[in-house]
Design a protein around this ligand. Structure first.
Ligand code: ADP
Ligand code: SR1
Ligand code: MG
Ligand code: MG
Length: 420
């Protein structure tokens, strides 16, 4: 079979596909007719795409295919399959900047809207599942801080000339349909009546209604929506929640950058921190006694604090190191004394902190009243318990969205979380 036009792959046709691509055959150590031992399993548990694990006596790889709609909704919600192209480009760029934290891209096929990449083998699991199981990851904060600081710094105007920056922005601006999707499900639908919204009803009915009546909240979400749509600050992953990270205690791998584009840095930092906050609030619902996960909740809070602080330190260190490079945001001739340099960094990092808190809060809200929720809460079977956990997370998120500028440090955010 030649695969000259797009067809949806299944567990059988994937083998035919792989046999037709020399570099994949080589990866799988496939000789001419030696495909009898090849096994294929569709392992996709994400919301959008189909993911096949292909193995041949010890060698494995992943094939991820995008169909022209959203997998978890169905054909009634079309979405361009060009997203595979942006995922391939982002994997390449992130792989160049942070090779230890991204699966290697083996192959991209624009006709078939698919990518092939390294299989992250067990014991790697999706971080969200690890958080639900109560597993601690001692290197997580350090690794994610490194991933975010390097990818965000080296794709920003702090490192690029304005000409280079615009060239890079242009490469990703075609991912507009996925941005538009985010605009709808993160910044619009939770604040209006939408056929897609749902929540733990009837318990959260008044909470969902209150969101739609909260004028201050609406003003703040509008500011963030503008920033998301207008600010080409850096190449962001665009969907950096805890199901986009695979982990072992020693390894942290970021997957699934199909939403990548040049957007505000805080959207990535906030996505990660906000999803850790959701994991924190789910803990009491996941166990019989609230105190059963006391130590684990402390570890999550510490990870929130460490992630931001390490990110801050890494990012500022990169800035200091490259201060006299090609970056044109702060020209050395103008920002020519330690005092103004320090002031510039403080202002930049404070705005990034407030953006991260705001975007993180918006991401929390969408996962409680929007179209697709998170397994952290969905695996709480008792709906009264689930609603109680969700309400705490929702109330924290509303407060953070409205009052984010009052916070000066991540330690203050962690103190606020403890009060809910
Ligand atoms: P979606 O875009 O649909 O969310 P993901 O890229 O998140 O798809 O992948 C869905 C699932 O497939 C992940 O949750 C993970 O279990 C598995 N997966 C994806 N990429 C890999 C990989 N490189 N190695 C191992 N498993 C993977
Ligand atoms: C229908 S919303 C599906 C969501 O899953 C992806 O991971 C993105 O977050 C998207 O918004
Ligand atoms: Mg995913
Ligand atoms: Mg995805």
């Amino acid at each position: 079979m030649a695969f000259l036009e797009f067809i949806r792959l299944d567990e059988r046709s994937v083998i035919e596909y792989v046999k037709g691509v020399p570099e994949l055959k080589l990866k799988l150590k496939l000789e001419l007719d030696d495909d009898k031992k090849v096994t294929v399993k569709e392992i996709g548990d994400g919301n959008l795409n189909f993911v096949f694990l292909v193995s041949n006596s010890g060698a494995s790889l992943i094939i991820k295919q995008s169909l022209p709609y959203i997998r978890c909704i169905g054909e009634s919600w079309p979405l361009t399959k060009d997203r595979a192209y942006f995922e391939a480009m982002a994997l390449e760029e992130q792989g160049r900047l942070t090779p230890h934290h991204v699966p290697q891209l083996y192959h991209f096929d624009p006709t078939m809207s698919l990518i092939a990449m390294r299989y992250l083998q067990p014991p790697h699991i999706i971080l969200r599942k690890g958080l639900i199981a109560g597993i601690q990851y001692p290197l997580l904060a350090r690794h994610i801080a490194h991933f975010m600081a390097n990818n965000l710094f080296f794709t920003s105007l702090l490192f690029h000339s304005t000409l280079d920056h615009k060239r890079q922005v242009a490469k990703f601006c075609g991912n507009a349909a996925l941005c538009r999707h985010t605009e709808q499900v993160v910044f619009s639908d939770p604040y209006q009546i939408s056929e897609y919204n749902h929540w733990t009803s009837p318990y959260l009915d008044p909470d969902a209604e209150a969101l739609r009546q909260d004028n201050l909240l609406k003003l703040e979400i509008a500011l963030l929506k503008s920033k998301f749509s207008e600010q080409a600050q850096a190449l962001i992953h665009g969907d950096l929640h805890t199901s986009s990270v695979m982990v072992t205690p020693q390894s942290t791998q970021v997957i699934d950058p199909e939403f990548a584009f040049y957007g505000p840095m805080g959207f990535d930092v906030g996505a990660f921190l906000g999803n850790l906050m959701l994991a924190f609030f789910a803990q009491d619902g996941l166990v019989d006694q609230p105190d059963d996960r006391k130590a684990y909740k402390e570890w999550i809070l510490q990870t929130i604090e460490d992630t931001w602080n390490l990110f801050y330190n890494n990012f500022v260190a990169l800035w200091d190191e490259h201060r006299n490079g090609a970056g044109e945001a702060y020209l050395p001739a103008i920002y020519n004394n330690p005092e103004v340099q320090l002031l510039a960094q403080k202002r930049y990092m404070t705005e990034l902190f407030h953006d991260s808190v705001g975007f993180g809060a918006a991401k929390m809200i969408r996962r409680i009243v929007g179209v697709v929720h998170v397994e952290d809460f969905e695996s709480i079977t008792d709906s009264v318990k689930r609603a109680t956990c969700e309400r705490k997370a929702l109330n924290l998120a509303k407060m953070l969205l409205k009052d984010r500028r009052k916070f000066e440090s991540i330690a203050e955010i962690v103190s606020a979380i403890r009060q809910f």
